[in-house]
Design a protein around this ligand. Structure first.
Ligand code: BGC
Length: 361
């Protein structure tokens, strides 16, 4: 045997032994009542993660398994940091990983490490590619993009427009969701009479609002202030960046702009007329579904699902929820009705007149 092969064989044997040990301690820990669940979220510039996903997940786990411990980490958009956080969680005895990957392809490494320790992995919100993931819990993300595209086209038609450029600002190139949003949006935009620019499509590095803003500044310089009729922004953060760029260039009113996440700042921009729409993906059912599956896995159960999504390696058992478009007309029936925000939170003094006009009282 060559020395390299010998090294591989020894490493494999050591990994197997470590895996078996982790599995034993994991099993007894889980079945005795408690258990360790790791929640690994990707960033905190988007408000959903710290304001909604994390507390909702933690509350549901506490309710279903009072003795369970949650190991929480946020990677702040850094894939190698997420890798280290996952390693730390596994070394710390995590029995399930709930992973929302910064980079869906690179996260396959985390999955193989977890698998070597017999730890199941739930792909949370974003799909991890080409790896034996155990569950995927998310929304119908192509539908998200389709809702964005359709709302934008309908609004432009309401305004009497039938042609012109739509500046397209997609999400992070390392997020599988961004590809699905893009695909769904194209399904609505490509047959609409409007033209998406630029070609090829622009994807915003790390979903950063400031990157979207810089990109939009470049588009305004290139196309001119009247050179586009609408803006497709993949989420509220990138919408905020694009709107800042348009405002700074003196474009008023800002042309219809899409978003996603129902962030408070975006809901306020919608009330005030700077942003046309957002997509609300109810965080509660998503986070709670993940908590339910994680606790079941800790207890050695395997929840059943009626659908799967292929990630390039396996058909991943999946739970996919339905997104909803939100405009000024249905803020009350959606995010307010769901107690995401109160009317008082939305209607601060800056927005009180706009709120009155929108019937938000
Ligand atoms: C999520 C969005 C979020 C974006 C940026 C996507 O994977 O589905 O809700 O706005 O990432 O974090």
């Amino acid at each position: 045997m060559s020395s390299r092969r010998l090294a591989v064989a020894i490493t494999t044997a050591v990994l197997l032994a470590v895996g078996a040990a982790a599995c034993e301690s994991g099993d007894s820990g889980g079945k005795a009542g408690g258990g360790k669940i790791a929640l690994l979220l990707p960033e905190s510039q988007t408000t959903r993660y710290e304001q909604h996903d994390r507390p909702l997940f933690e509350a549901k786990v506490k309710q279903l398994c009072p003795d369970c411990e949650i190991i929480y980490s946020n990677a702040q958009q850094d894939q190698s940091r997420q890798q280290q956080q996952a390693e730390a969680a596994l070394n710390n005895g995590a029995q399930v990983l709930v992973l929302d990957p910064v980079d869906g392809a690179a996260a396959a490494t985390i999955v193989s490490l977890a698998k070597s320790k017999n730890v199941p992995v739930i792909s949370y919100d974003r799909l991890i590619q080409n790896a034996p993931v155990d569950y995927y819990i998310s929304f119908d993300n192509e539908r998200v993009g389709q809702l964005q595209g359709e709302s934008l086209v309908n609004r432009l038609k309401e305004l009497g427009k039938t042609s012109g450029n739509i500046v397209m600002i997609n999400g992070s190139p390392t997020d599988n969701n961004a590809k699905l949003f893009n695909k769904g949006a194209h399904s609505a935009l490509d047959t609409s009479g409007f033209k998406t620019v630029p070609t090829p499509d622009f994807f915003t590095p790390e979903w950063k609002p400031e990157n979207a803003q810089k990109f939009m500044e470049g588009q305004i310089a290139q196309l001119g202030k009247d050179g586009f009729v609408g803006v497709y922004a993949a989420n509220d953060g990138t919408a905020g960046g694009a709107i800042s760029a348009m405002r700074a260039a003196g474009i008023t009113p800002v042309p219809p702009t899409t978003g996603q996440d129902a962030e408070l700042a975006a809901i306020q921009r919608i009330v005030g007329g700077d942003q046309y729409m957002t997509v609300y993906k109810a965080f509660k059912p998503e986070a709670e579904q993940a908590a339910e599956v994680a606790v079941a896995l800790v207890k050695g159960e395997k929840p059943s699902t009626d659908r799967t999504v292929n990630n390039g390696a396996v058909d991943v058992p999946s739970f996919l929820l339905e997104p909803q478009a939100v405009t000024k007309d249905n803020i009350k029936q959606t995010v307010v009705a769901d107690n995401l925000y109160t009317v008082e939170q939305i209607c601060t003094s800056t927005y009180s007149a706009a709120c009155q006009a929108a019937g938000l009282t």
